[in-house]
Design a protein around this ligand. Sequence first.
Ligand SMILES: C[S@@+](CC[C@H](N)C(=O)[O-])C[C@H]1O[C@@H](n2cnc3c(N)ncnc32)[C@H](O)[C@@H]1O
Length: 188
Amino acid sequence: MHSIEELEQYAKDHYIPIARKALVLFLIDLVKEKGYKTVLECGSGIAYTSIQLALLDNVYVDTFEYYLPRFEIAKQNIKDFNLEDKIKISEQDIMTAELGKGYDLIFIDGAKRHTIDHFNYLKDRLNEGGTIVVDDIDLKVTEKIERARKRQKYERAVRETKEFFENIEGYIATYMPIGDGIYVVSKK
Ligand SMILES: C[S@@+](CC[C@H](N)C(=O)[O-])C[C@H]1O[C@@H](n2cnc3c(N)ncnc32)[C@H](O)[C@@H]1O
C-alpha cells in the first residue's frame, strides 16, 4: 500500500484496528512540538501510525507486532513507503524484547488487558522529558464486543487500567478524550 488513504481503506475492509485519525494527529503534533526523535510502539498493526510518524523529519520508530500475518502486511507497507531505514519492525511480543535504548515517545497500543503490564515493562525505557501515550482507555471499544463474557472481561480491564493511571505515583497521567480515550503520561 502506498498511501495513508489506502491503509485506512484496507483496515476498514479487513476489520483491522488502527489508531483513530485524531490520535495520529495528536501524536504528530506532540512529536513536532517536543522535537522528539525516537518512538517505541507496542502493537504495529499494519504500521498505520508508525508510517505517519516516521514520515516526519528525523523521527525513527521501533515497533513490535506479534501476529505474523499482520507483521507481514506492516513490513510490506513500510517497504512501500520507503521507510525501512526509519522504522524497525520486529515480529515479537514486546514483553520479551530486550530494549537497550531509551525513547522520547512510547505509544502503548497492544492487547488492552495487558496495558498495565506493557506500561510497567516499558516505562523505564522513557527518555528524560519523554511521553508515554496509552490508547483505548474508553468503553467505546467494549461496546463493539458482543459476547457478554468477553465484554465483561474488557470492561474490567478498562476499569483497572483507568484506576491504575488515576492513582499512579511518580508520574503525571492526564486523560484526554481523543479517539477512543488516551492517557498522556510523563515522569514527575
Ligand atoms: C490496535 S492494533 C495496533 C494499531 C497500531 N498501533 C496503529 O496505530 O495503527 C494492536 C496490535 O497490537 C498487537 N499486539 C498486542 N499485544 C502485543 C504485544 N505484547 N507485542 C506485540 N504486538 C502486540 C496485536 O496483534 C495488534 O495487531
